[in-house]
Design a protein around this ligand. Structure first.
Ligand SMILES: C[S@@+](CC[C@H](N)C(=O)[O-])C[C@H]1O[C@@H](n2cnc3c(N)ncnc32)[C@H](O)[C@@H]1O
Length: 365
């Protein structure tokens, strides 16, 4: 009875799924053939007869072997496409760099320090939406249709945020960090103020959360402390919404019902930040990489922004923030981000599990 290697069938289907969004590598028939051959040379065959072939059996074999197949396919894709049997790989990289150069020339945004892998994945979303297969074709789309830039920037700089996002960090700020900062300010003479910079603030949820928390912590104090929060972002559309200060029910989920009643006015299906909180926050359009930092700040929050940047840019920014902070100022990162390189010497972890750090004062002699 005729038998065939079912792993070949399953592997080919996996590969098609994997390659559906990979415009950054060659997916020509020759390369695909080589990838399959490479992967199958490392995946033990499983022969079944035509008679025993049922959807249920295929599904079962697929589930049992999915981890191995994906692992070998990832390795095969990397090996074959970085060294294809033809020259096209080089052209693709060249086209990608031309595309990035065009974006920089047209819009002044330099993504060269962003992680290539992240950028390519995001650009693939737009290429698919525009139904084009190559970076050169997508470049033409951008040249002939400048509105596409808005769509592209929307996917490149993902703007997801929410009030009091990652609650444990906010609990830590409320219980330990802000009381210590407030106590320090109370010891000062003259105008007391707390200045915080929310870098990469998206639609403003983070700076408004900071404003709400500090307002609540200081409102009953006999001594007044001026609160100044700066929110900055590269994305002008985001900032327009931030300045408007209206949010949908999803964004405000992290607020308590009391905070929502007290600090927001319901307008249709939206929630509008009240003036007493709004006036504590100023928004500025700034590119973290090229524009100057807000200096003399007591705290910088830069959360879920570094994920887009390569290591050297992260190190550069962390040192730039170090300079912008006052002595013993705080630096708050996202939960999946880490201090890198030299920064480990000049920041101490207030609580590194929450990614809250404090500038080590550099004594001047
Ligand atoms: C995922 S949001 C993070 C929002 C907020 N910090 C939070 O954690 O909820 C990332 C933001 O970084 C901004 N961003 C990315 N690259 C930037 C750059 N070079 N300069 C300023 N902002 C940038 C994006 O526009 C986006 O709004």
């Amino acid at each position: 009875m005729k038998a065939f290697n079912i792993m070949e069938d399953i592997t080919k289907k996996y590969l098609d799924e994997m390659l559906s969004m990979r415009f950054d590598i060659c997916t020509c028939d020759l390369c695909k053939q080589d990838i399959i051959a490479f992967a199958l040379s490392r995946i033990p065959p499983k022969y079944i007869t035509v008679d025993s072939f049922t959807d249920k059996l295929i599904q079962q074999i697929r589930t049992e072997n999915s981890q191995l197949i994906v692992k070998e396919l990832v390795a095969a894709v990397r090996t074959i496409t970085s060294n294809p049997r033809h020259e096209e790989g080089l052209d693709r990289e060249k086209a990608y760099h031309l595309l990035m150069k065009q974006i920089k020339d047209d819009r002044g945004v330099d993504f060269s320090h962003y992680r290539d892998r992240v950028l390519k994945r995001r650009i693939a979303l737009r290429m698919r939406a525009k139904n084009v297969q190559t970076y050169s074709e997508y470049l033409q789309v951008l040249i002939h249709n400048s509105e596409e830039y808005e769509e592209l920037f929307n996917v490149l700089t993902i703007n997801v945020s929410a009030f009091f996002r990652d609650k444990p960090i906010w609990d830590k700020l409320k219980q330990d960090v802000f009381p210590a900062l407030i106590a320090k300010k109370l010891k000062e003479h003259g105008l007391r103020r707390i200045r915080i910079w929310s870098a990469g603030c998206s639609h403003g949820e983070e700076p408004y959360s900071l404003a709400i928390m500090l307002y609540e912590l200081t409102e009953k104090m006999p001594e007044k402390i001026k609160i100044e929060i700066y929110g900055s972002d590269i994305d002008r559309e985001c900032l327009k919404q931030a300045m408007l200060g209206q949010y949908n029910s999803e964004s405000v989920k992290g607020l308590t019902p009391y905070q929502l009643r007290r600090f927001f006015i319901p307008i249709n299906d939206k929630y509008q930040v009240v003036p007493q909180i709004k006036e504590l926050v100023q928004f500025k359009n700034r590119n973290l990489i090229h524009d100057p930092a807000f200096s003399g700040v007591d705290m910088i929050t830069c959360r879920n922004v570094f994920i887009y940047f390569n290591r050297s840019l992260q190190e550069y920014l962390i040192m730039k923030y170090h300079e912008a902070l006052v002595d013993e100022g705080y630096f708050v990162m996202g939960t999946s981000e880490n201090l890198l390189g030299e920064a480990r010497q000049v920041f101490s972890g207030v609580d590194s599990s929450y990614r809250i750090y404090q500038k080590i004062s550099i004594k001047k002699y």
